[in-house]
Write a protein of this length. Structure first.
Length: 230
């Protein structure tokens, strides 16, 4: 995928939450060590075992982080959306990638080189704190995932996922969501088979808790669905 439109990398970096508050000269230094990547849907960004020489930020689009088991089954570890970053932990550890990354949609990314970022971190302790906060949030989510896989049923996991996808303000009444990606990828993310995922959606539909139309899911009563979660 390519773009004929000129891109202002400095402006893109300045709008990202991670770099919010940095001075223009700091943004300019980061931009000099940043390159753009345009990935078409289905493109592999990197493979497991490739060296990690920086970290990526999604400007728009969607990236899947996953690995393949010895039996050939795919396990989706994380879905990265617009404004989110990935690869920081391995960059700091100076380890190769432990997953592969694939574009789930046409995606525009920025890759910030490790050497450039490390130089800026030495200049600005506030940036270090922001990156630590981001990594801590990732760890917290990972712990939540492990707890969910260990203690929750498949139905509870799916209901929890649907509730997290609700737009802000949809507290208890009627609501609708659009699944962010395919059901198979979401199932893998929730540590379920696609068949199990589809079967639970069907059960929830028969109970009148949801109405499924492709990737569009209507929830007649968020309060009823939330009470069913337990």
């Amino acid at each position: 995928m390519s773009s004929n439109l000129p891109i202002n990398v400095e402006a893109l970096l300045a709008r990202l939450p991670l770099f919010n508050g940095l001075a223009p000269d700091e943004i300019a230094r980061l931009a000099r060590g940043t390159r753009e990547i345009h990935a078409a849907k289905g493109d592999i960004l990197f493979h497991k075992g490739d060296p990690c020489n920086g970290f990526h930020i999604v400007v728009y689009g969607q990236i899947k982080l996953a690995f393949t088991s010895p039996q050939g089954n795919e396990k989706v570890v994380e879905i990265i959306n617009q404004g989110q970053s990935f690869g920081e932990a391995l960059m700091f550890m100076e380890k190769p990638y432990i997953v592969y990354a694939q574009a789930l949609a046409d995606t525009h990314l920025l890759h910030v080189a490790k050497a450039t970022l490390f130089a800026e971190l030495e200049r600005d302790p506030a940036l270090s704190r922001k990156m630590l906060a981001g990594l801590s949030m990732r760890l917290h989510q990972l712990i939540n995932d492990v707890e969910s896989y260990s203690l929750q049923s498949g139905k509870q996991r799916i209901i929890g996922f649907l509730l997290r996808e609700l737009p802000e303000g949809d507290a208890d009444g009627d609501a609708a969501i659009t699944l962010p990606t395919s059901k198979g990828i979401i199932a893998s993310r929730l540590n379920l088979t696609q068949e199990h995922f589809s079967r639970i959606l069907h059960e929830l539909s028969e109970l009148g808790l949801i109405v499924v139309a492709g990737r569009r899911i209507h929830i007649p009563s968020v309060a009823r669905l939330r009470s069913h979660e337990g």
